[in-house]
Ligand binder design. Sequence first.
Ligand code: GSH
Length: 282
Amino acid sequence: MPEPSIGFAADALDSGAGLGRQGAVAVELMQFRFSPYNEKVRWALDLKRVPHRRVSLLPGPHLGRMRRLTGQTATPAIGFDGAWIAGSARLLEEIERRWPAPALFPTDPQLRAQAKAIEARFDDDWGPRMRRFLLDALMRHPGYLADLFGQAKPWAMRRLYQGMLPLAGGLIRKGNGIAGPASVADGERALDEALDFVAGATAATGYLVGDRFTVADLTAAAMLATIVDPPDSPMARPRPCPPELEKTLGRVAAHPAIAWAHDIYRRHRAARADTEGEVRYG
Ligand SMILES: N[C@@H](CCC(=O)N[C@@H](CS)C(=O)NCC(=O)O)C(=O)O
């Protein structure tokens, strides 16, 4: 997302408490709640049961803090004992290196390369293109967008954020390559390409690479979650959702890749909701 020109102290909307080590938790995730890249990383941490601290930022007000911590602005970023790394693909590798079980990356070099190529296709091509039509729809409903990203924030903060969103709209559109109806239509095309790819590639074993769950499945399901809306999950959307999204959901609802993503969430995504603050596992 771009850097909106916000006419007041944006950090005031960014309510996470002080940074650093909290008891035994030395892993700290800076996230946007409704973001497939952040969902990738949350999923890996949850799957490997890595205790951590989670701070949800609001797009726009996140800029100052992210820049201070990581020297760039994109989420997700994780501080490992205060050493910050950004970028979901890099973070998944780092998480795998530190907590190898259960493995997300195949050991066979060919399968590993295949899984990473699928991850990259979603991260760098389908993901950003799909985000265009998604954001275009959400920006038309600032109250909804504020609730979507600010789920854990107080009502007054969400309404304040809602009020500033229209001011930042032009920059957000520009920064995400939303340049009129053609780019939005291309986003829908990217969704169709991704769905067709997933349906074809999973037909044999139910998984994208080999015959077990890997980083490729995690990435594809997390990326599709913005559309699929897996119920009772960290990517679940408030109801009712904007009509533009309902329309797209309706259009693709019967695609086999939608059922596949629901199934992957049901079988491989244990977390029931996003959690703010300390995340521990029984
Ligand atoms: N390639 C990056 C993309 C991350 C990304 O695009 N993050 C978006 C949220 S979906 C973001 O934080 N945008 C705000 C910004 O860049 O300032 C990754 O895999 O982590």
